[in-house]
Design a protein around this ligand. Structure first.
Ligand SMILES: C=C(O[C@@H]1C=C(C(=O)O)C=C[C@H]1O)C(=O)O
Length: 357
């Protein structure tokens, strides 16, 4: 049976194989969960686009991060075919957005850019997933077949550190990330970089927008909600981030993980504040983001589930010969456009480094 879906975390992973039913329309997926069916897959950034959710034929959850015993095709060499837009244009876009933010159009807007790579032979999505999970000490990785959203055969694969929402019984948790610094191989530099990120007023402000928005979105669902006063430092192999673990108890345990994901998505970590103004700017500046900056995850027939923010990822074409990685960063009025370009470059390393020779 084909592998349609994987979500790997440090302590467990979920796999979906085969397609019993495809849900290009999110409302049908929500109804399926209410009927006690398992739903897995990917939700696009813009909820008016088609979703890539399915009820798999086979659904299972096991302890520990995902791993495979199958022999996988090696990853081919890739070359950068296009940058969308050119890096200098991205810097100019950030400059323009900074002016808009200073003029009061919005308070935070997340801008992204893409790198398209070409491969000599097909990039196997499972090989990408395997490389990503084995390189991440947190065991994070995801793979979703995007066929329900047509055209068929595309996949999105990545390693996101950012938990949009998890629901187990009556406990809801979120772990938003925002505020970023590239890591160093030098221990002294590492200490300096992480301390500077923790002390950065600009990054703290970027982060606060996300936490405040999540608190507001979750409050109506919760009996209790614990939101730490200040963020902590979290790391991936490439980056330092500010992050805030949030935990609550649900007023109605029948609220599903998918319901919660839809109430939260897209957060200010990938869109901005206010959300509508930020989404308008993103749409007019970048065009459609597709599944990048969406949500990827699962919800089982009991309503339990887990959804990650779809970042640090590459979308693979149906023939596997093209991969498009997208990375973005939150812009606020005092953002430095050149530093924002560097931040996206560092974020691309998560997925593009799997092709390094
Ligand atoms: C948008 C991305 O990352 C998000 C934006 C961040 C930021 O602006 O500092 C940090 C983590 C993520 O929430 C991405 O990786 O593409």
């Amino acid at each position: 049976m084909t592998l349609e879906f994987v979500l790997s975390r440090q302590d467990h992973h979920v796999v979906g194989r085969g397609v019993r039913h495809a849900f290009p329309d999110i409302a049908d997926a929500v109804a399926a969960v209410r009927d006690g069916r398992n739903v897995v897959g990917a939700i696009p950034f813009d909820m008016s686009d088609a979703t890539a959710l399915i009820e798999p034929e086979e659904f299972y959850r096991l302890d520990g991060p995902w791993a495979t015993v199958d022999a996988l095709p090696p990853l081919p060499t890739v070359t950068v075919a296009r940058q969308i837009p050119d890096p200098s244009v991205h810097v100019q876009r950030v400059r323009d957005v900074v002016e808009q933010l200073k003029a009061g159009v919005a308070e935070k807007i997340v801008l992204a850019r893409a790198i398209e790579v070409s491969a000599e032979s097909p990039i196997n999505p499972v090989s990408v997933l395997s490389a990503l999970v084995s390189r991440d000490p947190m065991g994070n990785g995801f793979l979703a077949d995007l066929s329900p959203a047509a055209p068929a055969g595309r996949h999105i694969v990545g390693s996101s550190p950012e938990l949009l929402v998890r629901k187990r019984g009556n406990i809801v948790s979120c772990h938003p990330f925002a505020g970023t610094a590239a890591r160093s191989t030098d221990p002294d530099e590492e200490a300096r970089i992480s301390a500077a990120l923790a002390a950065s007023a600009k990054d703290q402000a970027e982060h606060r927008f996300v936490v405040d928005e999540i608190r507001a979105a979750l409050t109506p669902f919760c009996e209790t909600l614990e939101v730490p006063e200040s963020p902590q430092l979290s790391s991936t192999p490439q980056l330092w981030h500010l992050s805030t673990p949030i935990v609550g108890t649900l007023a109605d345990p029948a609220t599903s993980a998918l319901d919660l994901a839809l109430a939260l998505h897209p957060t200010a970590a990938v869109a901005g504040v206010p959300r509508a103004a930020a989404m308008d700017t993103i749409d007019s500046v970048e065009g459609s983001r597709g599944f990048y900056a969406g949500a990827v995850g699962w919800t089982d027939g009991s309503g339990d589930g887990e959804w990650m923010v779809t970042i640090r990822c590459v979308e693979l074409s149906a023939d596997g010969l093209t991969g498009t990685a997208t990375a973005g960063g939150g812009i606020v009025a005092d953002s430095d456009p050149d530093a924002e370009l560097d931040e996206t470059t560092a974020k691309f390393r998560t997925v593009l480094s799997v092709f390094d020779r």
